[in-house]
Design a protein around this ligand. Structure first.
Ligand code: GCB
Length: 591
């Protein structure tokens, strides 16, 4: 599905702003058939949870409603009119006046509906969107709805970030021409100093396809005709980490005149895993950076261009060259920005929490098996496959994306893990043969217990030696970490990187001793990890957990959320930020 863009043949209207809002009355009524009851309004884009002070809204399990009127521009006569939702977390239903026009599950990928037959240029219609934040054993991510002792429905889940819900990204009204470009796939290769750009264009209806490649100044450097082919660019300027040079592939449908025109930004670069190296444009690449979250006060997971700019400024300041979209696909604006600024991205699905042992808590009951007909089952896997399809389809043309991460910390040591993941790894490779695939391994599925690492190209490890184990004892943690990494090196001849390591730190808490939660302990723990990384061959990167503090569900391990950020939630640096900056910006240092 192509990102909405204004072109010579297409127009877009962002429906951001205030929408009427209501919690679903759950009384069998049909709220979309008229004006929503009550006087609540909600901001779009934003998660709805923290906008209101009423806990019944914040903790609501099930459907809520957004509604507004929309006027179709007069000039759109003869065009197709689409409504597109960039994300409805975690399920959405779209109604135009009284008609249901789209349904979607999966909270972080877009969906759209052609509403041409239901609307009229120059006139208004009522747009209602129902959104559900409910998670079950068959959704991605999974969760469970319980009834509390007080009789309230409560959403529980096994991932460590707050279950924000709503419309966290833009909603759009779009016009596209009757015969239009449906999809474009771009691949790139390098032959000597020549860049090779492969393209495949899908159209909705018969039309002649013409493509032109423009350089960053808008000058044409190559052209071709036909729905697929190859463009060659002598002396190509490559897309590189730190220097996001972009060409534009201008795709045009021609029938005497140009009937549709759609530009795709193109970065010419290659990605390859060879032996224990991760190569970008044939050069070994070492990842520095973070696992991030889309998270800020009040907006929750709502996309915000100000945070986008500021977060990338901080990445630059600290010397980070990359991040992982933990634990779900981020807004497309984020990837566009990374493309333009040469930041490298590991792009992750929302498959987090496929690990029932993690939720054991203090119940005294043994955890259920993760993979079984009652828990993570075939239906979950179908939803996971769909999440992979939608992620790759949405993000395949971003040069910044160098690897797909299919899941975070699954129970890869449990029976059933291999049968669950093997078809998903195969699917991802079929959908995109050009990028390596990975998954983030949990500490409890160590090198001798894990059953799936060989299905992937890069070993990504999340490790908390010195925090969840050997807490307050960095000397022991160092021994354990090094033994762990060396065993992975022995078992798999693949590149290894750390996709999570870190410690919670309360900003302002200090000590001269190894005292967990202090800023010094967080910094010392990172320092210890770096010593070990620098002793391991075939190690290709370090991404700290986390870029910034973030909201979680309440819990005895969490003080106002997860405090493993090296920046606070409002993006002020802790001591660890200065340590990382020193390491990642040192001449000849890592990164
Ligand atoms: C992890 C998870 C991450 C958590 C982190 C933590 O392993 O992947 O989502 O936030 O640990 O801080 O516990």
């Amino acid at each position: 599905m192509l990102k909405p863009r204004d072109t010579a043949t297409r127009e877009t209207i962002k429906l951001d702003g205030l929408w009427r809002f209501a919690v679903d009355p759950a009384d069998g009524s049909e709220p979309w058939r008229g004006a929503l009851a009550g006087d609540l309004e909600a901001a779009v884009p934003a998660s709805y949870n923290d906008l209101f002070v009423d806990p019944a809204i914040r903790d609501h399990v099930g459907w809520v409603w957004y509604q507004r009127t929309v006027r179709v521009p007069r000039g759109w006569t003869g065009e197709r009119v689409l409504v597109r939702v960039d994300a409805a977390t975690h399920a959405g239903r779209v109604y135009v006046d009284d008609a249901l026009v789209a349904e979607h599950s999966g909270g972080y990928t877009p969906f759209q509906a052609d509403v041409t037959e239901l609307v009229r240029p120059g006139e208004e219609f009522r747009l209602s969107i129902a959104v559900s934040g409910e998670l079950t054993n068959t959704t991605i991510p999974p969760g469970r709805v319980e009834t509390t002792a007080a009789g309230r429905r409560r959403q529980t889940y096994l991932h460590d970030f707050y279950n924000y819900a709503g419309l966290p990204r833009s909603v759009w009204l779009l016009s596209v021409p009757p015969v239009h470009v449906e999809d474009v796939t771009v691949t790139t290769a390098i032959e000597g100093t020549t860049g090779v750009v492969g393209f495949a264009v899908e159209t909705d209806g018969p039309a002649e396809v013409r493509v032109r490649l423009l350089d960053a100044d808008g000058d044409q450097v190559a052209e071709a005709a036909g729905p697929s082919g190859e463009l060659r660019v002598p002396e190509a300027v490559l897309w590189r980490p730190g220097a996001g040079y972009l060409y534009t592939l201008l795709v045009e449908l021609v029938d005497d005149a140009v009937i549709d025109s759609y530009p795709v930004p193109v970065g010419i670069r290659t990605v390859e895993v060879r032996g224990t190296e991760f190569l970008i444009n044939g050069d070994p690449f070492y990842f520095t950076g973070f696992g991030k979250h889309e998270d800020s006060a009040v907006r929750g997971k709502g996309h915000d261009d100000a945070y986008l700019v500021h977060d990338f400024q901080l990445l630059d300041w600290i010397g980070a060259n990359s991040f992982r979209t933990s634990h779900y696909p981020y807004a497309e604006e984020v990837l566009d920005f990374a493309d333009r600024h040469g930041i490298v991205v590991i792009d992750e699905t929302a498959a987090v929490g496929l690990n029932l042992a993690m939720g054991g808590g203090l119940t005294g009951r043994p955890p259920l098996p993760t993979f079984s007909p009652e828990t993570i089952n075939d239906e979950t896997r179908a939803a996971h496959a769909q999440a992979i399809r939608e992620l790759i389809n949405r993000d395949k043309n971003h040069p910044s994306v160098v690897m797909w991460c299919l899941t975070n910390e699954p129970a890869s040591q449990e029976d059933g893990a291999r049968a669950y993941f093997e078809p998903l790894a195969t699917l991802a490779r079929e959908l995109d043969p050009t990028r390596p695939i990975t998954y983030a391994n949990v500490m409890f599925a160590g090198p001798d217990q894990d059953q799936i690492a060989d299905l992937f190209d890069v070993i990504c490890l999340n490790r908390y030696h010195g925090w969840y184990v050997a807490n307050g004892d960095l000397a022991s943690a160092e021994v354990k970490l090094e033994a762990d990494l060396r065993r992975w090196v022995e078992r798999h001849g693949k590149p290894i990187m750390m996709t999570e390591y870190g410690a919670d730190a309360m900003p302002g808490l200090h000590s001269v001793w190894d005292v967990p939660w202090t800023e010094e302990y967080q910094a010392d723990l990172l320092r210890m990890y770096h010593r070990v990384f620098d002793r391991i061959d075939g190690f290709v990167g370090e991404q700290v957990w986390n870029f910034a503090d973030f909201r979680t569900a309440p819990g005895i391990h969490r003080v106002d959320g997860n405090k493993k950020g090296v920046f606070t939630r409002s993006r002020d640096p802790k001591a660890a930020a200065h340590l990382l900056r020193e390491r990642w910006t040192a001449p000849g240092g890592r990164g």
